[in-house]
Write a protein that binds this ligand. Structure first.
Ligand code: NAD
Length: 466
């Protein structure tokens, strides 16, 4: 593929940014509606692209790629006029007479860099907020989902002229070249390791960043929840996109006496959702790339060598990049499976005796993107929430906070910086600009030097209010 001219792409987007920033809500909404229409019109191509890249089932593409984008557009269209309105603020007595407000103005030319695991969703949801906020946008999808990247290039070109939004396909070198430009904002979704490099590069231009990252999201099971049910539900949650989900439960913590029932529930769940031979099931996604397949296999082998018990319903197959839902228990705490984000269909299970042990396990690692709890005991779950820090907590289900249009989505520290979705998503792509306006008469000059006796008295009076 011919290397795109990144400087000229940046220059073009930067030149059009002021015009886009002045666009009224109606014009921004018109673009978003066209994007929704195009997505509906090209739904079959989206299905085919995800089937090619990830062996993804078509209903999964509808539910987890297209629906999040179209429902985000609907939500934004409904609220954009309110979000764009200047926010009036009252005045402290010292600033009277005058008026104060905050206007949420576009940042300018922004760059969105996305991963491959939900390649339509993770490119287009941030794009919707960036466009709603009045920015020009370069979109860099992942090189590991090439069919979807090609689909996005075509889709975006059918909705946006190149001076408004451009898809820039390519690998790491293209990503690095784009990052060298002085963007007004950078929205990166990907791994904590690359996120930290991206932030360091952005710091060279002091470009503001939103980092949507990953990590190890635990699921803690209450002793009385019903361990078999818990295992069954986690099998479903880990099965989605073959565990290649930033908010997938990474590992489970169950009380020691519940372990056998949990394991049985997980095994039943795998059969229930994907049959006896998931390798042949079109509803079960495959691993995106041989490199990731090799990583998963190596991590399971490391666990086996370390004495862990391993259960797989059928054999991994590198030629089709199929990796089965895998359960691992008694895994050592210092191996890759226990320390690094798994991002695949492997579930390590650890046991606890006291709830405090489970909390200590979570707190000993970096802060998760989501902390899941399966519990009907409100006091217990409130206690866990209060004792831990995470981007989100979901109790008795999986993923659903992502689908709520006004809940902020994002991590903490290594799992992310900044928030997306709803008003949070809009604001992330804007500059909150404070505007203070004095009336015709300004008392400020009464406080200017020279500090005569009466001015000193006046300032002493003002100081009493501070
Ligand atoms: P990745 O970090 O390897 O790549 C993400 C993007 O960064 C790709 O477009 C890639 O081309 C680009 N990139 C790669 N190396 C780069 C470099 N050195 N400099 C600049 N850009 C570079 O991530 P991935 O493997 O595509 O995705 C998996 C990770 O993403 C997981 O950690 C997962 O948890 C995370 N993720 C997070 C969210 C979220 O919303 N928080 C969503 C999906 C995935």
């Amino acid at each position: 593929m011919e290397q795109p001219n990144l400087e000229s792409i940046f220059a073009q987007l930067q030149a059009s940014a002021p015009v886009l920033g002045r666009r009224r809500a109606a014009e921004r909404i018109a673009r978003l509606r066209s994007l929704k229409k195009a997505l509906h019109a090209h739904r079959a191509e989206a299905h085919a692209a995800l089937r090619a890249d990830l062996h993804r089932a078509e209903p999964d593409t509808d539910l987890n790629e297209l629906l999040p984008v179209t429902s985000t557009i609907d939500y934004v269209v409904k609220h954009l006029r309110t979000w764009m309105r200047p926010e009036k603020h009252g005045l402290p007595i010292t600033l009277i007479p005058g008026s104060a407000e905050v206007v949420y103005e576009s940042k300018g030319a922004v760059l969105i860099v996305s991963p491959w695991n939900f390649p339509i969703n993770l490119c287009l949801v941030p794009l919707v907020y960036a466009v709603a906020a009045g920015n020009s946008v370069a979109l860099k999808p992942s090189e590991l989902s090439p069919a979807t990247s090609a689909f996005l290039t075509k889709l975006i070109a059918s909705v946006f002229p190149p001076e408004e939004v451009q898809v820039v396909e390519g690998g790491v070198e293209v990503a690095k070249g784009l990052l060298d430009q002085p963007w007004n904002h950078l929205f990166f979704t990907g791994s904590p390791k690359i996120g930290s490099q991206v932030m360091a590069t952005a710091a060279r231009h002091l470009t503001s960043v939103t980092l949507e990252l990953g990590g190890k999201s635990p699921v803690i099971v209450h002793p009385k929840f019903g361990a078999e049910t818990a295992g069954n539900r986690v099998a479903w949650a880990k099965g989605l996109n073959a565990g290649q989900v930033c908010i997938a439960p990474d590992y489970a913590l169950v009380r020691k006496d519940q372990r056998e029932a949990f394991i049985a529930g997980f095994q039943t769940g795998v059969r229930q959702y994907y049959g006896a031979r998931p390798a042949e099931n079109p509803d079960f996604a495959h691993i995106v790339h041989e490199r990731h397949w090799d990583r998963l296999e190596a991590w399971v082998e490391e666990a086996r060598a370390g004495g862990a018990e391993i259960w797989q319903i059928d054999r991994p197959d590198r030629s089709s990049k199929y990796y089965p839902l895998t359960l691992v228990w008694d895994a050592p705490k210092d191996i890759e499976l226990s320390c690094s984000e798994i991002f695949g269909p492997i579930l390590p299970v650890y046991t606890y005796i006291e709830t405090a042990d489970a909390i200590a396990h979570v707190e000993s690692g970096s802060r998760p993107l989501v902390l899941y709890q399966l519990s009907h005991d409100r006091a217990w779950s409130d206690g866990i929430t209060a004792a831990t820090r995470a981007g989100a907590t979901v109790i008795n289900d999986f993923f659903l906070h992502y689908m709520h249009p006004s809940l902020p989505f994002g991590g903490v520290n290594t799992s992310g910086i900044g928030k997306s979705h709803g008003l949070w998503g809009f604001r992330e792509f804007t500059n909150a600009r404070s505007i203070y306006r004095r009336g015709r008469w300004s008392p400020t000059m009464l406080l200017a030097p020279p500090y005569t006796e009466w001015k000193r008295k006046l300032i002493a009076m003002v100081a009493r209010w501070l």
